[in-house]
Ligand binder design. Structure first.
Ligand SMILES: [Zn+2]
Ligand SMILES: [Zn+2]
Ligand SMILES: [Zn+2]
Ligand SMILES: [Zn+2]
Ligand SMILES: [Zn+2]
Ligand SMILES: [Zn+2]
Length: 211
């Protein structure tokens, strides 16, 4: 079996040689000397022609892609980590919800701060025990400041973004990363050097072969 295959290959090689007319008997040395040898016009005598790389089309590099997982910017805080407190509008304090920021007149002394205290027909004005003499009811919520630190944001005026917990980063996303690498086929040159097909790489042709 192996022997017959070899025979076929040898025969086809011989056929090809005959077909192209390259057998030695046909080329007479005398005739070759008569023909004028000139520089090959296709390769300018270099014997080589450049052929654009089939893979990178002459660019020398090819585009590759890889998947990369990265986090986007948080869309809720736009990467700012924090959001202005919506309860105090960024002020950091709230008007007291108990007294409304207004001092409430003392119900016992009517705002004077003093009461007339009498014992056994002898009286005197003393500091009102209800308001300690200041004339206003004591507000348990704000201590009569009228305002207190915003309970929502702890007085800062902002809160960590609830979506990203203050990281500023959003969801994980898988993106296609495009990069370019040196072309494998041409080694980054973008072209191949091939023997000129007109002069078979010799750089010279007979004048009669010129177009
Ligand atoms: Zn040539
Ligand atoms: Zn290439
Ligand atoms: Zn956020
Ligand atoms: Zn607040
Ligand atoms: Zn109050
Ligand atoms: Zn009072």
């Amino acid at each position: 079996m192996r022997k017959s295959v070899l025979v076929i290959i040898t025969a086809s090689l011989l056929n090809a040689a005959c077909f192209q007319g390259q057998s030695n008997e046909e080329v007479t040395p005398a005739k070759e000397k008569i023909d004028k040898i000139v520089e090959c016009d296709k390769c300018d005598g270099s014997g080589q022609i450049t052929r654009e790389c089939f893979l990178c089309n002459g660019a020398g590099s090819t585009q590759g892609t890889s998947m990369v997982t990265e986090r986007s910017i948080c869309i809720t805080c736009n990467g700012q980590h924090r959001l202005t407190c919506t309860v105090c509008y960024g002020r950091g304090y709230q008007k007291c919800s108990n007294c409304g920021g207004r001092k409430i007149q003392c119900s016992r002394c009517g705002g004077i701060g003093l009461i007339y205290y009498s014992l056994g027909g002898v009286g005197e004005w003393i500091n009102c025990p209800n308001c300690s003499g200041n004339g206003y009811e004591f507000c348990f919520l704000c201590g009569n400041d009228g305002y207190y630190a915003c309970q929502e944001c702890g007085g800062k005026g902002w809160n960590n973004c609830p979506r990203c917990q203050g990281s500023g980063l959003g969801d994980y996303q898988t993106n296609l990363n495009t990069y370019s690498t040196k072309c494998n086929a041409c080694g980054g040159r973008g072209y191949f050097l091939e023997d000129c097909d007109k002069c078979d790489g010799s750089g010279e042709i007979k004048e009669s072969e010129l177009d």
